[in-house]
Design a protein around this ligand. Structure first.
Ligand code: NAD
Ligand code: UFG
Length: 353
C-alpha cells in the first residue's frame, strides 16, 4: 500500500480525491489546518468507503510539523491541495494569499526534499491562462495572472519547474483545473463554502434550496451565444479520478518527469445554460437577474483536454446534467453543508505527531 500525503484533504476536491485514492489501492494521509473545512468530510468518506482516513491537523507552513509527518509515515507521493482560493479575497488580502499559498508551498517542497519524497501533484488552475486569445485552451498557451490568487498558482508552478531543473529526480504533475462542480453520488460530501458563495454553482444551488432570493448573472453582453460567460465545468469526481491517473502516470513512459496538463471536459456552458440544467435537476425555478459584469471576469474559457487523454489516459465521464443532479442531491440533503451534521465525537483518527 502506497501512502499519499494529501494536503488540504478535508476540503472539497481533497475529500473526493481521498475516495478515489482508496478505490485505486492508495492510502491517503490527510493533513489540513481546517481553515476552510471540517473533519466531518472525512467521517463521510469513511461512511462511503468503509475505510478510516488518517487525519493530522496541521499547517503546511509548519516545517517541524511536516518533518514529523514525513518521519512517521513512509510517504510515496504528495497531492498538494492546501491553499486559499477566493479571487476577490486575494485582491483584498495579498499577504495572506502569498503567505498561505506560496510560502506554504515552499515550506512543503522543502520538507519533501529534506525527507527525500520527490513525487508531487499540484492543484493549479485555468486561471493561469488569463484571458486566452482563443479557445479551446491548450497547455502551451501563454500564461499570465490578474490577481494574487492567480499569481500564486503561477509562481508555484514556476517554483516547481525550478526545483526540477535543479534535481531531475523529482516527479512533478501540474494539473490545471477548469471549473470544478458537483458532488459525490452518495450526496454525503460536496462543496461547503464559507459565507455567501462567490462561485456560480454553489450560488445557483443556494437559490434552488431557498437560501438566496435570486442569482445575479454577471454580464449579459459578452461575445458568447447568449451573452453570458462560458466556462468548462468539470464534475469533481472526474477531477478526483484525474489525480489518481496523474500519480499513476509517473510509473508509465507516457509523461515526462515534469508535466503540465489541463483537466477539463472540453465543453463550455454559459451561465444561463447552467441555470436551465440546474432547474431541471432540482425541479425548481431559479430566479435570476442580469447585472453588470464582475470585474476581472473573462467571456469564455474551456479546455482542450486532448493531452490528458493521451498522457494520463483520463477523460471526463460526467456531463452537465449529472453535475447538476449530484450538486442538488448534496445541497438539498445538506442545506447547511456539514454544519448541521456535526457530531460531538469525530470518528477521524487523530494521530499525535
Ligand atoms: P477547499 O478550500 O475546499 O480545500 C482546500 C483545503 O486546504 C481546505 O480544507 C483548507 O482548510 C486547507 N488549507 C488551506 N490552507 C492550508 C494550510 N496553510 N495548511 C493546511 N491546510 C490548509 O478548496 P478546493 O476547492 O478543494 O481546492 C483545492 C485546491 O484546488 C486549492 O489549491 C485550489 O486553489 C485549487 N483549485 C480549486 C478550484 C475550484 O474552483 N475549487 C479551481 C482551480 C484550482
Ligand atoms: N457568475 C455569475 N454569478 C455568480 C457567480 C458567477 O454570473 O453569482 C458567472 C461568472 O461571471 C462566470 C461564471 O459564472 O461567467 C463562472 O464563475 P465562477 O465564479 O464560478 O468561476 P470562475 O470561472 O470565475 O473561476 C473559477 C474559480 C477560480 C479558478 C477558475 C478556473 O473561482 O479560482 O474557476 O479554474 F481559477
Amino acid at each position: 500500500m502506497k501512502n499519499i500525503l494529501v494536503t488540504g484533504g478535508a476540503g472539497y476536491i481533497g475529500s473526493h480525491t481521498c475516495i478515489e485514492l482508496l478505490a485505486a489501492g492508495y492510502t491517503p494521509i490527510v493533513i489540513d489546518n481546517l481553515c476552510n473545512s471540517s473533519t466531518i468530510s472525512l467521517d463521510k468518506v469513511k461512511q462511503i468507503t468503509g475505510k478510516k482516513i488518517t487525519f493530522i491537523e496541521g499547517d503546511v507552513r509548519d516545517a517541524k510539523f511536516l518533518d514529523s509527518v514525513f518521519k512517521k509515515f513512509n510517504i510515496y507521493g504528495v497531492i498538494h491541495f492546501a491553499g486559499l482560493k477566493a479571487v476577490g479575497e486575494s485582491v483584498e488580502e495579498p499577504f495572506m494569499y502569498y503567505d498561505n499559498n506560496i510560502a506554504g508551498s515552499i515550506c512543503l517542497f522543502d520538507a519533501m526534499n529534506r525527507n527525500n519524497v520527490k513525487r508531487i501533484i499540484f492543484s493549479s488552475s485555468a486561471t493561469v491562462y488569463g484571458d486566452p486569445a482563443t479557445v479551446p485552451i491548450k497547455e502551451d498557451f501563454p500564461v499570465s495572472a490578474t490577481n494574487p490568487y492567480g499569481r500564486s498558482k503561477l509562481h508555484i508552478e514556476e517554483i516547481l519547474q525550478d526545483i526540477y531543473v535543479s534535481d531531475d529526480q523529482w516527479n512533478i504533475g501540474l494539473l490545471r483545473y477548469f471549473n470544478p462542480v458537483g458532488a459525490h453520488k452518495s450526496g454525503l460530501i460536496g462543496e461547503d463554502p464559507n459565507g455567501i458563495p462567490n462561485n456560480l454553482m454553489p450560488y445557483i444551488s443556494g437559490v434552488a434550496v431557498g437560501k438566496y432570493k435570486e442569482l445575479s448573472v454577471f454580464g449579459g453582453n459578452y461575445p458568447t451565444p447568449d451573452g453570458t460567460g462560458v466556462r468548462d465545468y468539470i464534475h469533481v469526481v472526474d477531477l478526483a479520478k484525474g489525480h489518481v491517473k496523474a500519480l499513476q502516470a509517473f510509473e508509465s513512459s507516457k509523461v515526462d518527469n515534469l508535466y503540465t496538463v489541463n483537466l477539463g471536459t472540453g465543453i463550455g456552458y454559459s451561465v444561463l445554460e447552467m441555470v436551465k440544467a440546474f432547474s431541471t435537476a432540482s425541479n425548481k425555478k431559479i430566479a435570476y437577474k442580469i447585472v453588470a459584469r464582475r470585474s476581472g471576469d473573462i467571456a469564455c474559457c474551456y479546455a482542450d483536454p486532448t493531452l490528458a487523454k493521451e498522457m494520463l489516459g483520463w477523460q471526463a465521464q460526467y456531463g452537465i446534467q449529472e453535475m447538476c443532479d449530484d450538486t442538488w442531491r448534496w445541497q438539498s440533503g445538506n442545506p447547511d453543508g456539514y454544519k448541521v451534521n456535526a457530531e460531538p465525537h469525530l470518528m477521524v483518527e487523530d494521530v499525535t505527531v
